[in-house]
Design a protein around this ligand. Structure first.
Ligand code: GLU
Ligand code: MG
Length: 451
């Protein structure tokens, strides 16, 4: 009797069990946070999503809120963005992971002025309205795979691919079924370091893909008993994990306009001005693209990341790198031509990263800035005066310097708007305050765990 009623209860729980679905945002900390409900209720949540709170944007990567301009007040909605559902169904009896990327809205359904995704959308809309351009972009990610096999000397080695194959196979499939169009996967230079790229896409979806890629990679790694960390550095002194943001411009008819064979190094006038805008504001831009204490452990000289605010052609240490093209008569360079921004890492929200690049580039177009100097050598070998005459700025050397540069750059602060700029500076200064005085290895460990 007892055993029969127990099995009836079990059966009814099993048949009632259903997947949960979360609506999520990528916030100032670059963390994906959200709220969930039973998946069968999704239709009821399409318009007003889930309730959200302004102070949530102040939760830092350590899970703390050292300061907040919002206090306990205010209400927002986190509302699903169209057709963006991530579904991780491994069909092996484990729960299906389902979540949607969302927009943070005010109660009157207007975008909240601190929503990172709304910031990028605003930047892209302005680029379209003012310059008649659309941005196509792709985030190239490097990560460290703790638990993966490693033998010394296996950089780029076939053996690194072989040992990671069960993970890789499932990862590529998971990215593919979620519409990310994976392009390449490779064992990188560092121990247990891998790199993954997805196809470029127009507009906000490029950043949506970056948000999804980081989470899907973490989820698949976990299934294989591995831990994927995108932290800019996981062990001090060892090569870092970069995020290289590739971008090109299209006109409103979808024609590529990045390339002009008559322009300097093949840059069209619009692209040259766009690049010049990024270089002019790069110190403030770094506050959002390389926004952790650890970001500046990666941005070191000769680490194949970026150390100077320069444009380079075949230089993997240039901040902005003009990517190479095959020089074959039967290949049209125009649709392939793209630039790469290298002073970025995964401690940032992709929306804030791309939004800043678009705003800075658009500023360059608005001011019709001339093409930046293309210096072929190592800027470190130049004198300070020579660098200045070429318009090559120092990148910030710490998060504190980057935040100071943002705070002093009224043009860049205006792109963010007063609320987001103030919240951002408060958030990041609070993070510095929490980590100050800790041993450098401990700082590294905390970030590696968070990202
Ligand atoms: N790991 C380097 C970085 O931190 C990039 C190496 C490369 O792919 O060029 O950006
Ligand atoms: Mg790489």
């Amino acid at each position: 009797m007892t055993s029969t009623s127990a099995s009836v209860a079990d059966a009814s729980i099993a048949s009632a069990a259903e997947d949960l679905i979360l609506i999520c945002c990528s916030d100032i900390a670059g963390q994906v946070r959200g709220k969930g409900f039973p998946a069968s209720h999704l239709d009821q949540h399409r318009r007003f999503g889930v309730g959200w709170t302004p102070t949530n944007i102040m939760i830092n990567c350590l899970g703390a809120i050292p300061a907040t301009p919002f206090g306990p007040r205010g209400d927002l909605y986190l509302v699903p963005a169209d057709s963006s559902e991530v579904v991780l169904d491994f069909a092996d009896g484990t729960p299906v992971e389902r979540w949607l990327v969302g927009d943070i809205l005010n109660l009157d359904e207007t975008p909240w002025d601190c929503c990172p995704r709304a910031f990028l959308q605003r930047a892209l809309a302005e680029l379209e309205a003012v310059a008649g351009l659309r941005l196509k972009a792709s985030f190239e990610h490097e990560f460290h795979l703790a638990g993966a096999a490693h033998r010394s000397g296996d950089s780029y080695a076939l053996s690194s691919m072989r040992s990671a194959a069960p993970f890789t196979r499932e990862l590529i499939a998971a990215l593919g079924v979620n519409g990310l169009e994976p392009e390449t996967f490779l064992p990188e230079f560092g121990p247990r370091q891998y790199e993954i790229t997805v196809r470029p896409v127009i507009g906000v979806e490029a950043a949506d893909r970056a948000v999804k890629l980081r989470e899907i990679t973490r989820a698949v790694a976990e299934r294989h008993g591995l831990v994927a960390s995108f932290a800019p550095v996981v062990t001090r002194g060892i090569v870092g994990n970069g995020v290289h943001i590739h971008f090109s411009l299209e006109d409103l008819n979808g024609a590529p306009v990045t390339y002009d064979p008559a322009g300097p190094a093949g840059l069209s006038a619009q692209t040259a001005a766009f690049a010049a805008g990024i270089l002019r504001h790069v110190r403030a831009v770094c506050a959002l693209t390389a926004p952790s204490l650890l970001s500046y452990e990666r941005l070191r000289p000769h680490a194949w990341s970026a150390y100077w605010g320069n444009l380079g052609q075949r230089d993997r240490e240039a901040l902005l790198r003009i990517c190479p093209l095959p020089s074959a008569a039967d290949i049209d360079p125009a649709p392939r031509f793209n630039l790469e921004f290298r002073a970025a890492d995964a401690t940032a929200s992709p929306y804030l990263q791309l939004g800043m690049l678009v705003m800075a580039g658009l500023q360059g177009i608005k001011e019709a800035l001339p093409a930046p100097a293309l210096h072929d050598g190592d800027p470190e070998e130049l004198s300070e005066d020579e660098r200045r005459s070429l318009g090559i700025q120092d990148l910030p050397r710490s998060l504190e310097q980057a935040l100071q540069a943002l705070d002093e750059d009224d043009v860049a602060k205006a792109w963010l708007g007063p609320s987001l700029a103030a919240a951002y500076l408060m958030h990041k200064r609070g993070e510095i305050g929490m980590l100050q005085g800790l041993d450098a290895d401990e700082v590294c460990r905390r970030y590696a765990e968070a990202y």
